[in-house]
Design a protein around this ligand. Structure first.
Ligand code: AP5
Ligand code: MG
Length: 191
């Protein structure tokens, strides 16, 4: 199964992907994590990406697509995957479709986690205090939310038009949200 997990910054994509992984045994591919690994490795690409990420903007489609293509070519992705944080604009959604069409493996399920801004700001503030992710500052979070509204939210309609979109509410406990996701995925397991 090839799943795209979508939602605003702090909506719970990473948290829920980890639970879906346990249930379905698919690899979790987060472009944010791939980029943070490149930053930690200190590569030239990582240095370029860090400056953009710390402003809360989108890293260029070329860089992100390169990282993603490389990751999707790994053996463990052949049987399906959970994408988290990609696609983040319409151009990336089209590029993903083109790539997966070539492999004869289209997206089966695009799952949008809906949540209001007030809650994600609270969650990210809490994480900032605990983990200190460099893009979790108040100013950068505000920009990440603006970028999400302008560039990423239209991707939800893109998948709706392709008939693969489901939406779940992202409020409540981690377990409550996961139960909603589990219900959606079971519903579509035989599609
Ligand atoms: P990315 O790493 O994808 O970050 P994001 O989308 O901003 O989202 P987060 O990872 O902050 O949140 P999440 O939805 O995963 O929620 P989480 O589970 O952590 O991207 C970072 C940057 O990289 C981007 O700004 C961009 O610069 C670049 N980038 C990445 N992909 C790109 C792409 N495709 N193209 C271009 N640039 C790209 O939860 C958040 C917190 O809340 C956690 O502390 C968690 O423990 C807590 N939490 C989760 N669920 C609950 C709950 N139900 N109740 C209470 N707390 C909860
Ligand atoms: Mg995440």
């Amino acid at each position: 199964m090839r799943i795209v997990l979508m939602g605003a910054p702090g909506s719970g994509k990473g948290t829920q992907a980890a639970l879906i992984v346990k249930e379905l045994g698919l690899p979790h591919i987060s472009t944010g994590d791939l980029l943070r690994a490149a930053v930690a490795a200190g590569s030239e690409l990582g240095k370029q990406a860090k400056a953009v990420m710390d402003r809360g903007e989108l890293v260029s489609d070329d860089i992100v697509l390169g990282l993603l293509e490389e990751r999707l070519a790994a053996d463990d992705a052949a049987g399906g995957f959970i994408l988290d944080g990609f696609p983040r604009n319409i151009a990336q959604a089209e590029a993903l479709d083109a790539l997966l069409d070539r492999l004869g493996q289209p997206v089966d399920e695009a799952l949008q986690i809906d949540i209001d801004e007030e809650q994600v700001v609270k969650r990210i503030a809490k994480r900032a205090a605990l983990e200190g992710r460099s893009d979790d500052t108040e100013e950068t979070v505000r920009n990440r939310l603006n970028v999400y509204a302008e560039q990423t939210a239209p991707v939800v309609d893109y998948y709706a038009q392709r008939g693969v979109l489901s939406r779940v509410l992202g409020d409540g406990s981690i377990e409550e949200v996961f139960e909603r996701i589990r219900a959606v995925l079971q519903l579509h397991a035989d599609d």
